[in-house]
Ligand binder design. Sequence first.
Ligand SMILES: C[S@@+](CC[C@H](N)C(=O)[O-])C[C@H]1O[C@@H](n2cnc3c(N)ncnc32)[C@H](O)[C@@H]1O
Length: 638
Amino acid sequence: MHKLTAHDAETQSLDLVADNIAKLTALFPEILTEGADGGKRVDFEALRELLGTAVEDKEERYNFTWHGKAQARRLAQTPSTGTLRPCPAESKHWDSTQNLFIEGDNLEVLKLLQKSYHQRVKMIYIDPPYNTGKDFIYPDNYRDNIANYLELTGQTGEDGRKLAANPETSGRYHTHWLNMMYPRLKLARNLLRDDGVIFISIDDTEVANLRKLCDEIFGEENFLSNVIWHKKYAASNDVKGIAPMHDHILVYQKSGSFERNLLPRTEKQDSLYKYDSNDGKGLWRPDNLSVKTVSESYLYPIINPKTGKTYMPPAGRCWLTSSENMQNWINESRVFFGQSGDGAPQLKRYLSEVQQGIVPQSYWSYDEVGHTDSSRKELKALFNDPPFDNPKSTGVIIRSIQIGCVKDDLILDFFSGSGTTAHAVMALNAEDGGNRKFIMVQLPEPTDKPDYPTIADIGKERIRRAGDAIIAKPASQPASQPASQPASQPASHYTSLDIGFKVFKLDSTNIKPWDVGFDDLETSLPLFTDSLKDDRSNDDVLYEILLKYGLDLSLPITTHTLASKTVYSIGMGALIVCLDKAITLDTVEGIAKLKDELQPEDSLMRVVFRDSGFADDVVKVNAVQILKQAGIEDVRSV
Ligand SMILES: C[S@@+](CC[C@H](N)C(=O)[O-])C[C@H]1O[C@@H](n2cnc3c(N)ncnc32)[C@H](O)[C@@H]1O
């Protein structure tokens, strides 16, 4: 039975370096060599030879670099030794929800999600610190980021070190920001599906750097747009230079297989179609019958059949179609000669014939997606005294989702702030009956608000209240607008709407590190009869195992009692975990029977026990045999 330890690569998040070596050597087996320690190494010279003249090794080449880039790249590749501890008490609808709220430093969290959510996320929206000098840039620690994180957020030590702002006076102003963003975006890209897309809000301070960074990480060819969100309707009077009125939203697809959606037509657009000829074809509007590109054969007179009057296209233009087709249109009454019947010809454009949606554009005006004031009002509708200063507009995120997702996709935001993305996902689901799911990640950044000690607390409360407000709204009122009146009837139309979320918190692993020194071997050995930390619960360990095996954190977990021991079955028997102590063979036999009952999908069942959980060594050895006979080969202990 293989035992998992804190230093075991299996217990760490996906080892990206090992993964890269595997990918390279799958392509070029000849570059694989052995290090002095017997480990796998890449023969760089051999790889260079294979690539011939395509290797660029000159100092002066086209590239984008800054101080610390190499270390930032390494930072993205070091596996995390942390874990995510479940927190049902702070969650909403723990048993049924598929949404997640993860409290922690997003660098570590993204590392921990690498296995379970590899290529699973359809869309990422992020609104990172803009680096305006007032926001905090959380310092990463290459050696031990978990300890660094726990200390900075006041979870260890006295009351934590203060997070440091990144002032413009710092010589490394842009560098700090780039070092923060680079590893996070690299890790985030791995989570995107091949047909996925990322939207990143930013302002003028870092837009140029962010564009370069994303060109490198996502590929210049995957750049889709630099959307302008016109976010203010009035400039502040105290602006010295040119008043900034917009934000940027950079949009990159993961690959060419992304397909954007059309946006739903608005009532305003539909209201242009106001004529009805009672011909059974519905509403129409007059449209231009001439086009700019002149084709000789499309230059002919149109004759009004009632008046006999002839019309030529305006100078420099020609008619939309051939004279033959035009005559058909006239016969079908598709050509309109004005209300009086004596005007210039126009085309009847029927609403039923126009595209079922609108091509998204790169300019988003505040009257369509909201502005900074309406964003604050959205928060004010939920909190009397809004505890967060600069939330984004749900309208901006709803539009991004409409472009990037279909109705049951997974959306990730790892700079969650007050949780606007979660609010937008729930609101849009309520409006169009979708079942999109979200994963939000937020640092428990301390605030000065006694009711909400951290920004993560603000985010969780906003999502709780936003979900309730959406449910409380009458169906006729768009879910993305604040409730103007209480629901006149119970909102039964939202019964299947998921307004819950499971809370997880980043912490050090549940597994004790095997770092005992030889001098204190005698005193410390008894501590290691159980390799799990004493202050951790079975649920903590259970979710760490899920992460190691790359299973979805929202998978349903069922509990069985077998010979009076608790046995968890995850994903219909894909993984069985028993963390009880004094296990006897009755429990093991019960697990073997479970396999027949549950019939896991790929017929592979994996079983994990607590290493110190067996009644004695004989049981441990026999357990492996019994399970093997039942066709269960993958048996491990923690
Ligand atoms: C601009 S705000 C996002 C606001 C959000 N879009 C909204 O509408 O409320 C950026 C957020 O990222 C958080 N943040 C900064 N560094 C982080 C990190 N390393 N891990 C997780 N969150 C972080 C900050 O605490 C802040 O709340």
